[in-house]
Design a protein around this ligand. Structure first.
Ligand code: ADP
Ligand code: MG
Length: 151
């Protein structure tokens, strides 16, 4: 599935829509160049889930964790990682907890250190806007895609 995101509001609306369809846990990889809209999407997604505090970009911290009621959410940005081995000290075991919600920017830099992916989103520049294509890898990922598809 592919969608056009003509402006920032469209990226935010997509993040909200996906969050609303979330059944339980999710591991989503967010691909795309710098400025493609990954953090914009992740912030809207996490805020729609009820992360009240301001969602920070994990550009420097690599990972930000949030408690949403009983659920735990993690937002990672691995842009600054040169080797997945660098992730060991971060203690990423909790990412693999059942029910965890995990969003990863630059996931290709963390291969081997990340839990299996349910849904991949690939953002790209398209004119002044963006486009995104989706790839589901698990039944959970497919369910979200089906629920998110525009009418
Ligand atoms: P990334 O995390 O992929 O590097 P960001 O989410 O930080 O990218 O977005 C970079 C810029 O792109 C932000 O200023 C944001 O407002 C803008 N942006 C996000 N989505 C869109 C869109 N669909 N069309 C135009 N600009 C967008
Ligand atoms: Mg970013």
């Amino acid at each position: 599935m592919e969608l056009t995101l003509p402006d920032e509001a469209a990226t935010i609306a997509l993040g909200r829509r996906l969050a609303q369809t979330l059944p339980g846990g999710l591991v989503a990889f967010l691909h795309g160049d710098l400025g493609a809209g990954k953090t914009t999407f992740a912030r809207a997604f996490l805020q729609a889930l009820g992360v009240g505090e301001r969602v920070k970009s994990p550009t420097y911290s690599l990972v930000e964790g949030y408690e949403i009621g009983e659920r735990r959410a993690f937002h990672l940005d691995l842009y600054r990682i040169a080797d997945p081995g660098e992730l060991e000290w971060l203690g990423l075991d909790s990412l693999a907890e059942p029910g965890a919600i995990v969003l990863v920017e630059w996931p290709e830099r963390g291969i081997g250190a990340l839990p299996p992916v349910d849904l991949e989103l690939s953002f790209r520049h398209e004119g002044t806007g963006r486009a995104v294509c989706f790839k589901a890898h698990t039944p959970a990922g497919r369910r979200i895609l089906e629920a998110t598809a525009p009418p």
